[in-house]
Design a protein around this ligand. Structure first.
Ligand SMILES: Cc1cc2nc3c(=O)[nH]c(=O)nc-3n(C[C@H](O)[C@H](O)[C@H](O)COP(=O)(O)O)c2cc1C
Length: 199
């Protein structure tokens, strides 16, 4: 049940051998070991077309509504962002655009910012390159702030990602696992405080 979960982890890639999907899986495992309730989301589980306002005028797709609901139910997120051309992926942008667009006339989702407002978000990225997709984070950050997310000051970019995982998808280097854990800890720490006293 998504409702019981606290931390949402997802990657901005649906590629089968995606480093960012592996990083998301490793992050979920590390967060569970730390005692968190985790939802590991795969964007490939959602049938979401390329955003087009004419299409939206015919009705927001059911999977967009489903994803809005899941985002809204989780107070803390970690996004693993691949880097394409110094920025984040079209998949991530399309997903965020759809889920932040008001569903006109819908009783729950006419407020576009609702799934994003007040979320504590940790940014991770992975790339085969040396910078680890760090530049994708610098583009993603203002977008998330614009949607009223709280960004964790700690973030991390995994460079040379092709060498970072073993066959089971575990991060091989303890130092890498520590960096992920530090982001997870900070995200959970902040979200617990921001949501204290709310049902
Ligand atoms: C169109 C395109 C542009 C890319 N640009 C960058 C880039 O600017 N910086 C970088 O580190 N990697 C870049 N890459 C390589 C990606 O980091 C690499 O394909 C990576 O595996 C994608 O993430 P994933 O493994 O999670 O799917 C690019 C890849 C593509 C397809």
């Amino acid at each position: 049940m998504y409702m019981q979960n606290q931390l949402l982890v997802f990657a901005g890639s649906t590629r089968q051998q995606s480093f960012n999907r592996k990083l998301a899986q490793a992050t979920a495992a590390i967060a569970r070991d730390a005692g968190a309730q985790v939802t590991l989301l795969e964007l490939s589980d959602f049938n979401i077309p390329l955003y087009n306002a004419d299409l939206e005028a015919q009705g927001t797709p059911a999977d967009v509504i489903r994803l809005k609901e899941i985002l809204w139910r989780h107070p803390a997120w970690v996004i693993c962002s691949p880097e394409y051309n110094g920025s984040y992926t079209a998949l991530l942008k399309n997903t965020i655009d759809w889920t932040s667009s008001p569903a006109q006339g819908h009783p729950d989702w006419h407020d576009g910012t609702k799934p994003f407002r007040g979320k504590v978000v940790g940014m991770l990225s992975a790339s085969p390159g040396a910078l680890g997709g760090l530049r994708s984070q610098s583009h993603l950050a203002p977008l998330l702030i614009n949607l009223e997310c709280w960004l964790a000051p700690k973030a991390w970019a995994l460079g040379s990602a092709a060498n970072a995982f073993d066959e089971a998808g575990t991060l091989v280097q303890p130092g890498h696992r520590d960096r992920v854990r530090a982001v997870v800890d900070q995200v959970l720490w902040a979200s617990e405080r921001l949501t204290a006293g709310t049902p």
